[in-house]
Design a protein around this ligand. Structure first.
Ligand SMILES: [Zn+2]
Ligand SMILES: [Zn+2]
Length: 337
């Protein structure tokens, strides 16, 4: 099979690899659609990788396809089934899992490899976190994972009807957050630096757009009547945007530091405001099986239209270049097989 193999920063090669063979409890999926994620770009451009990605390796974690082979003992899936597999599964036994905090599982099992004609899904994921496509097209189902992360973020932050929400960052993730907050009945403002990104956010349904300006001592917002919000998401993932998020919370507001910052990133916080204005600052990481199922349901019911968050369509052969040299303002890239 053909697969995109990550060798290191700026080095991705499409190569011929052996077809994967499923072990006990595992399935092999023939890839029908895959999507690029901000994490993939970070991996390719900065060489960032966690313990699960040790180059050279296959990568990519948002995909859907058709079961091509099943391992010994697999009874819930058969060859030919359309499926979308989450890129992780919690253990279900550690303290975090028993407390319902599955994204914090001590032994969260990750896998990668959808940028290939076929990929292997580990047994624990097959058991806990694979859904059947039914009527959903593979290219739509591939959006389940990023949508599940955003959905968990929106639920963690407790977005409700009538809330004034600010989403900082108008890439694919920011746009998904905007859409999900609107489904909750919130009034959503989008904040971004580039006017094109603000137009995009408005086209995706943001009720207002605020331009992020560089000023001393930090970023400020321009163009919004009231710069303080009930819920603020930082989908920018930098110290400056996290700081802007905290400063943009209204009294009683909630701040979700949604995007991951480089490790060691520090932000100064006016704790007086946090105390007297009862501001909650929280993090939201990854997804859990419940969010994965609910995200899929939102796609199935067309509450979320995945194509709205895709800006390019590439073949596997074209993928390395589009990851290494992304277009400014691009959303997700759909890899077709
Ligand atoms: Zn992702
Ligand atoms: Zn666990």
């Amino acid at each position: 099979m053909k697969a995109a193999v990550l060798y290191g920063p700026g080095d991705v090669r499409v190569e011929d690899l052996e077809d994967p063979i499923p072990g006990p409890g595992e399935i092999v999926v023939q890839t029908l659609a895959a999507l690029t994620c901000g994490t993939d770009r970070k991996v390719v451009t900065r060489g960032y990788h966690d313990k699960m990605l040790q180059p050279p390796c296959v990568f990519g974690h948002e995909g859907a396809g058709r079961v091509a082979a099943v391992g010994e003992g697999v009874t819930s899936f058969r060859i030919g089934d359309g499926v979308v597999a989450a890129n992780s599964a919690p253990c279900g036994q550690c303290r975090a899992c028993l407390r319902g905090r599955h994204s914090l599982c001590k032994d969260l099992l990750f896998w990668n490899g959808v940028f290939a004609e076929a990929y292997l899904v580990p047994a624990r994921v097959v058991e806990k976190n694979v859904l059947r496509l039914g009527e959903v097209a593979p290219q739509d189902a591939a959006m389940t994972e990023p949508l599940a992360c955003c959905l968990k973020g929106v639920l963690d932050a407790g977005v409700g009807e009538g809330d004034r929400v600010l989403v900082i960052g108008a890439g694919a993730i920011g746009l998904l957050l905007i859409r999900l907050c609107q489904l909750k009945g919130a009034h959503v403002a989008a904040a971004a630096r580039r006017p094109e990104a603000l137009h995009m956010a408005t086209a995706h349904g943001a009720n207002e757009a605020a331009q992020i300006l560089f000023a001393e001592p930090g970023l400020t917002l321009s163009g919004t009547a009231d710069p303080l919000f009930d819920v603020v998401f930082d989908a920018g993932g930098a110290a400056q945007t996290a700081s802007l998020a905290v400063r943009s919370a209204a009294r009683g507001g909630t701040v979700s530091l949604f995007a991951g910052c480089p490790s060691g990133t520090k932000v100064e916080i006016d704790v007086t405001r946090v105390h007297y204005d009862e501001i909650r600052i929280l993090g939201s990481f990854h997804h859990d099986p419940a969010a994965f199922r609910e995200a899929f349901r939102l796609i199935e019911t067309k509450s979320i239209v995945p194509a709205d968050f895709v800006s390019a369509r590439k073949t596997l052969a074209e993928l390395p270049d589009s990851l290494i040299n992304p277009e400014v303002g691009s959303l997700k890239t759909l890899v077709v097989f």
